[in-house]
Design a protein. Structure first.
Length: 467
């Protein structure tokens, strides 16, 4: 394995010499060597400026410092590899750059002439900094493709299984191709064993999303910079009213509710999804109380000496990462006593509804929600929850969308518990059409789009649920 690849420092690793002190610096860590021997210093400088194999680097150390130092150098080199500081290259085709710590290359022994080779179903190509990059959610490295022949080999591997002999043909020297394939195997871009049952249950996009939102990447240069929120006009702390057709909403007496409401334990235990409604629809006052208790702006405040220049913040009944509150609520009214049917935007600061569209324009949204909930009763009120992505992505760029989904979860739980306390019929909905809603609400889907749906209605009256 050692001589298949040439080694070099990752592009964001820096080496400085001050007298007899040598310092290696990554964006997040620093390693200082006091009085390094000449051979070791020469090997580290070679890693910075050129690409040599492990054998060649070790020989440099042995030649100057001796055999014992050469053996210890190999052990220290493995530590640098594990830190994710060392890239492995097959020139002129490709370079594997670590994107996670505890990185290692997994050696493989197999029959080069007979073993069929095929690209992992999790591997994907994308353009980055005017280069083609091969990545996979099961790999701790990304592979920069430096030559069009490397891309051609990847394309062939994606189409079918090949042996090395019929893969190469006349495209490239067989020895280089062998090293390139070994790099793909070592970085788990080519699997040699069948998928485990655990891995087989994952779809590509689910595993990629899981990895992208749970693991810190070594190659994310933005994390070393202090984020600053400078686009206040496009993503203000509270979204401005969307129309001048305003409906004022009920503000309940929270002091009285604290005395008469069921307990938190009772609400949690009684909570359930209900998709059948009473003949008498939910009322405007109930809708207003529900939104007030779940989603109103309780307070607008600012932080003094805020280094991130984030402007104002709000406090609301449900939690939110960074206090940024990117979620917006759009009630689609099908049936509600005291309120005309249509699409509204909820303004949480003024606690008002603003009419956006009439019922005939949004009937398709209600129909889709009805299908998604098993074609039981047609929802009386459908809440479409959107995210203003700019409110989060500037700060939580790597995990932003995952964080939005967490916020949807805590908002849904708040919806459920308040609806249960109010004796209403709540239900989360598992699917929706973001593109269609963006068109109806006249939104730019890349700035704001629907990320969740929730239905609400009056609770069907039974002997167990008296009015």
């Amino acid at each position: 394995m050692s001589d298949y690849f040439t080694l070099s420092f990752r592009p964001d690793i820096y080496l400085t010499l001050e007298g007899d002190r040598l310092t290696l610096q990554s964006p997040s860590e620093c390693l200082t060597l006091e009085h390094p021997k000449p051979g070791l210093r020469s090997a580290l400088e070679q890693l910075l400026h050129s690409a040599l194999t492990t054998t060649q680097l070790t020989a440099l150390v042995v030649e100057t410092d001796g055999i014992e130092d050469g053996l210890s150098f190999e052990a220290e080199l493995q530590k640098l590899i594990s830190l994710g500081w060392i890239s492995h290259s097959v020139l002129p085709l490709a370079t594997a750059i670590p994107i996670a710590e505890n990185y290692q290359l997994i050696s493989a022994v197999f029959d080069w002439q007979q073993q069929p080779l095929t690209l992992s179903r999790f591997a994907f190509l994308h353009q980055e900094n005017q280069q083609f990059v091969l990545e996979s959610p099961i790999s701790k490295a990304k592979i920069i493709l430096l030559d069009w022949r490397a891309t051609a080999l990847i394309a062939k591997l994606a189409q079918s299984s090949f042996t090395l002999k019929n893969l190469v043909e006349t495209l490239i020297d067989e020895e280089i191709a062998e090293s390139f394939v070994q790099l793909l195997i070592a970085t788990q871009m080519i699997p040699l064993e069948p998928e485990s049952k655990a891995l087989a249950q994952w779809e590509f996009h689910n595993l990629l999303f899981h990895r992208q939102t749970r693991s810190e990447r070594l190659d994310d240069l933005r994390k070393s910079k202090v984020p600053r929120f400078e686009d206040h006009e496009r993503s203000p702390v509270v979204k401005p009213p969307m129309s001048n057709q305003v409906i004022a909403l009920e503000k309940p007496d929270l002091v009285t509710l604290a005395k008469t409401d069921c307990s938190l334990t009772q609400a949690i235990e009684a909570r359930q999804s209900i998709r059948e409604y009473d003949r008498q629809p939910i009322t405007l006052n109930q809708l207003g109380e529900f939104l007030y208790r779940c989603a109103r702006v309780k307070e607008v405040y600012s932080q003094e000496n805020n280094p991130l220049n984030m402007g104002e913040f709000t406090k609301r009944p449900y939690p939110c990462g960074g206090g940024l509150y990117e979620l917006e609520i759009y009630p689609v009214i099908n049936q509600c006593q005291g309120l005309n049917s249509g699409l509204y935007h909820y303004q949480p600061l003024s606690h008002t509804l603003h009419l956006i569209a009439d019922l005939h324009e949004v009937e398709v949204l209600i129909y889709d929600a009805w299908k998604a909930t098993g074609q039981q009763d047609i929802p009386q009120v459908l809440f479409i929850v959107t995210a203003r992505f700019g409110r989060l992505f500037w700060k939580y760029y790597a995990i932003g969308y995952g964080l939005i989904l967490k916020h949807i979860g805590v908002l849904y739980q708040t919806f459920y518990l308040v609806a249960t306390a109010m004796k209403l019929a709540p239900s989360a909905i598992g699917a929706g059409n973001s593109e269609q809603f963006s068109k109806i609400a006249n939104l730019n889907e890349y700035e704001e789009a629907s990320v969740g749906e929730f239905s609400l209605g009056s609770l069907k009256q039974t002997n167990d649920n008296p009015s």
